[in-house]
Design a protein around this ligand. Structure first.
Ligand SMILES: *Cc1c(COP(=O)(O)O)cnc(C)c1O
Length: 403
């Protein structure tokens, strides 16, 4: 299985060959595992003998899927990654931070994080004594200065491309800066997936995923994953945090995720192809004042994204000249695209950050992060491009009619 191409690995990996020979990965719906006798139980408990004990610690379905994600993140390098499967993207992030950091340690991160991560840092980790320092991570001088000024920084945490402006972070350069100050580099790879971008191969130490999005791709399970390059810290620090906080995912969610991942390469190719065409089309619409897509030559991170990503991703955001009012009219005029606060599913999803994901963010802060009242985020699906475009045309036309 080791020498397969990326897309083949997506399809073929994560089969259970240890017990019987099922053609597909089964769901092990069992909370614990039985032993033949006391010596066997003792050997497995002490770690002398490989085996499963209790599903919160691991389970054949869960382990197969965690290993598959680790293989995909390290694909092509010949090196091994170490994966853990979690109950959500948020549980992956909190487990990693609690497992690796001590109160008093600081996290350096960006102001334009996924909303839940931003709240986790401010509302949960900060009150527990973890310091959180915000800086523009796309500016390497700012990153270097922050690392020099705050000796307590132990982790640099970033998202690239970031939501919803699609700004990018130079993974290689920021990881190197982190390492020169004895800090670890962590990338949230949810938007890109390992098919488009492999942060661990560019120098990051850990990646986290909300597998709820593109890795699953079908919008039918909530789960997350952590992959680390260092086996010892994964086993001695991150795994105990998962096991003892109980942030493990379930075998059923792992099984759904495995089915979704089989078509990762096919889906990502189509998502990216469609998104590139939609971004180009949006630039020509008179109602649109700005389009954010790293694939467009005028996006500030076009060159960087081209270096560290295979294609430019499936998410596009844009601003309507008519602001909030036009945003509402546009969304109301759509018939095919689904209005939903998620992304990465096979169907095209629309989100209006000002009234949905960023409703509770103060207006000044939201606008400073580049999220205007008229911004629309599109998670471009894998439908036929003609159908997506004609639906977006309906949305645009409804602005004109009522506007
Ligand atoms: C959705 C998301 C998360 C949180 O994941 P859940 O599975 O909803 O817990 C974290 N990071 C990014 C970039 C996301 O899009």
């Amino acid at each position: 299985m080791k020498n397969l191409q990326f897309g083949s690995q997506c399809v073929r990996a994560a089969r259970d060959t240890k017990t019987t020979r099922p053609h597909q990965l089964p769901i092990y719906a069992t909370s614990s595992f039985a032993f033949d006798d006391l010596p066997e139980g003792m050997a497995v408990f002490s770690g002398e003998q490989a085996g499963h004990l209790y599903s919160r610690f691991g389970n054949p379905t869960i382990d197969a899927v965690a290993e598959k994600i680790a293989q995909l993140e390290m694909h092509g390098s010949g090196e091994e990654g170490h994966g853990l499967f979690c109950s959500s993207g948020m549980s992956a992030i909190s487990t990693l931070c609690i497992g690796l950091l001590q109160p008093g340690d600081a996290i350096l991160t960006q102001p334009n994080l996924y909303g839940g991560t931003d709240e986790l840092f401010r509302k949960v980790l900060q009150p527990l004594g973890f310091e959180v320092i915000l800086a523009d991570l796309s500016d390497l001088n700012t990153v270097a200065k922050a690392l020099e000024q705050h000796a307590a920084i132990r982790m640099v945490y970033f998202e690239t491309p970031a939501n919803p402006t699609l700004s990018c972070v130079d993974i290689k350069a920021v990881s190197a800066l982190a390492h020169s100050h004895q800090a670890i580099a962590v990338a949230d790879n949810t938007f890109a997936t390992p098919y488009l971008q492999q942060p661990l191969l560019l120098g990051a130490d850990y990646i986290v995923h909300s597998t709820t999005k593109y890795l699953n791709g079908h919008g039918n399970s909530t789960a997350g994953a952590i992959v680390g390059k260092d086996k010892e810290t994964m086993q001695e620090q991150v795994f105990p945090a998962l096991k003892l906080l109980g942030t493990n995912g379930s075998p059923f969610e792992a099984w759904l995720l495995n089915n979704g991942m089989k078509t990762l390469e096919l889906r990502m190719e189509r998502h990216c192809q469609n998104a590139a065409q939609i971004a180009e089309w949006l630039t020509q619409q008179p109602q649109v004042s700005r389009v954010n897509y790293p694939g467009l030559p005028d996006h500030p991170d076009h060159q960087l994204a081209g270096q560290q990503m295979r294609h430019f991703g499936g998410v596009v955001s844009f601003e309507l000249k008519g602001g909030l009012h036009a945003g509402r009219q546009f969304v109301e005029g759509l018939e095919l695209c689904t209005l939903a606060p998620t992304m990465g599913d096979v169907d095209t999803l629309v989100m209006h950050p000002a009234t949905m994901s960023h409703l509770r963010v103060p207006v000044e802060q939201r606008e400073a992060a580049g999220i205007s009242d008229g911004m629309i985020r599109l998670s471009v699906g894998i439908e036929n491009i003609e159908d997506i475009r004609s639906d977006l045309e309906k949305g645009m036309a409804s602005i004109e009619k009522r506007g």
